[in-house]
Design a protein around this ligand. Structure first.
Ligand code: ADP
Length: 498
């Protein structure tokens, strides 16, 4: 008996020690949790499913809960504005029913201060209750708003700058065309002395340079304002390359460089793409190669990559159904030189607008826009312009694009190729309507396009709209895109003789 009592006593003692240990641990945990809670600046509430405040934790300075303990046992509707009380109820239900953390934002006027912004995070905390953590996000909201406003102001200023640049470029281009036109006529004047003819050539050379610079600025502005769209059409790829080779070959030879052109014999004859823009990229890269090379050679290497049948639309390729039936071929263009090369630290920046690898080596006619424009155009065509270079040894630029192959060879196919695809939307879609317009409208259209007289253009377009809205839209788009030269070409192409 005594032995049993002693045993029970020992077990009881053991239990008391264990309980004591658990209590100590609980107290320690509570202290730790309380310390943690006090370190968190956010306001915390515990609410039950009916929206009754069960508990809270707030900094003493928190004006919102100055009422102190009196909030416990009260309902949201007694303490909060109606709208916020409703939202709180809605989120309590959502939190308890979904078990997910719920987040919402709201505004609340705080006594003596402005309207403040809060973010509430709600989690289920057992016992059919939620814990809501309320954070004052007024400063963050204000900073976000200020940032947004600053961005809008910067965008607006940038847009205004682009419009100004575009308008300015046009204003400059028109008189320059006049100067170049008359200089060209003068160059062939038989009464000129040799010395005078040389002087006229200087005018022409400098005028051409100026025109290139203005065109670069205009293109760049169009790209920046997303107003440049590719205009795919069927064209003879080998012919285009031959023209470039003639042109660049001449300037290379004038500098004492050899020009090498390598292209496969089976280069497709007719492809579909934006010929003007592809030529612009190649002329820019080859022009740079010649510009930045004093000895050695400049090479243009064209490779035909895999051909596939695809109905997938690629960026930059024509989306008309009529071209999706043609196989698509990849083409790689390599432009190599043995020139001054580009230092590794400049390889990234040369693609940025107005950036030049070495401002001290500035060449005539340089704007630092050529590569930025070329890179964007290659990207619009679905490719990526890349470069490798070694200082003093030369540079290689290359890119790949995919183009639908309309015909693999033969001149007679060019004609049928043209008819097959809607590469000349104006001729095919509007040719007849355009030619049937009253002669005086066409004359005004031509004069206004030549003089970039926007007001007059829109006046004629308004008249045209009454007859053919689609044609008017297409013409208005050209004005919108500053494509006055394009409009003149179209008038010419459609035999509009006025
Ligand atoms: P830029 O009008 O100055 O030629 P680009 O945008 O065409 O403008 O080129 C930017 C810069 O990249 C050039 O100023 C030049 O420093 C460098 N660069 C471009 N192409 C070559 C090249 N083939 N060899 C050496 N440097 C080049």
């Amino acid at each position: 008996m005594r032995q049993r009592l002693e045993e029970q006593n020992r077990q009881l003692h053991q239990e008391i020690i264990e309980r004591q240990r658990v209590e100590d641990e609980l107290r320690e945990n509570e202290t730790r949790v309380n310390a943690l809670l006090h370190a968190i600046p956010d306001l915390m509430f515990r609410l039950n499913r009916d929206g009754i405040f069960v508990d809270y934790k707030a900094a003493r300075s928190d004006l919102y809960v100055q009422a102190g303990d009196s909030i416990i046992g009260k309902a949201c509707h007694e303490l909060l504005p109606d709208q916020l009380a409703n939202i709180t109820h809605e989120y309590i239900a959502k939190t308890l029913d979904s078990d997910d953390i719920q987040v919402f934002e709201y505004q609340l006027p705080v006594p003596g201060r402005d309207l403040r912004n809060y973010e509430a995070r709600m989690v289920a905390s057992g016992n059919d209750e939620v814990t809501a953590i309320i954070r004052d996000i007024t400063e963050r909201k204000q900073a976000e708003k200020a940032l947004q406003q600053a961005k809008e102001r910067a965008d607006e200023a940038n847009r205004a700058k682009s419009v100004f640049l575009a308008n300015m470029s046009h204003e400059l281009r028109t008189p320059l065309h006049g100067i170049l036109g008359f200089a060209q006529r003068l160059e062939h004047d038989a009464t000129l002395t040799e010395a005078q003819r040389e002087e006229v050539k200087v005018i022409l050379r400098n005028g051409d340079h100026l025109l290139t610079l203005i065109n670069d600025i205009l293109d760049f502005t169009k790209i920046e304002t997303n107003r440049l769209a590719l205009q795919p059409a069927a064209f003879a790829l080998p012919d285009m390359l031959a023209q470039i080779v003639d042109m660049i070959g001449l300037s290379a030879r004038q500098k004492g460089l050899s020009f090498i052109y390598e292209a496969p014999a089976d280069l497709p004859h007719i492809v579909s793409g934006d010929q003007k823009r592809l030529r612009q990229i190649l002329v820019n890269l080859l022009g740079n190669a010649v510009k930045y090379t004093d000895h050695g050679d400049v090479t243009l290497r064209v490779k035909k990559l895999e051909t596939r049948h695809s109905h997938l639309e690629k960026p930059g390729s024509p989306s008309q159904d009529s071209v999706s039936q043609f196989p698509i071929s990849g083409f790689r263009f390599h432009i190599e030189d043995t020139g001054i090369g580009i230092a590794p630290e400049h390889l990234e920046t040369i693609f940025q607008s107005f950036q030049q690898a070495d401002p001290y080596q500035l060449q005539e006619g340089s704007t630092g826009l050529g590569l930025a424009i070329s890179q964007r155009l290659v990207k619009m065509m679905g490719g990526h312009l890349q470069v490798t270079s070694m200082t003093g040894q030369g540079s290689t630029f290359w890119f790949e694009v995919e183009l639908p192959v309309i015909e693999t060879g033969g001149m007679d196919v060019i004609q049928s190729g043209h008819d097959d695809i809607s590469g000349y939307p104006f001729k095919e879609t509007f040719g007849t309507t355009l030619a049937a317009l009253p002669a005086d409208w066409l004359a005004t259209l031509k004069r206004a396009a030549e003089e970039t007289d926007i007001e007059a253009l829109f006046e004629v377009i308004a008249q045209i709209r009454e007859r053919d809205a689609a044609l008017a839209d297409a013409l208005a788009q050209l004005v919108h895109d500053f494509e006055y030269d394009e409009m003149l070409t179209i008038l010419q192409e459609n035999n509009v003789s006025v």
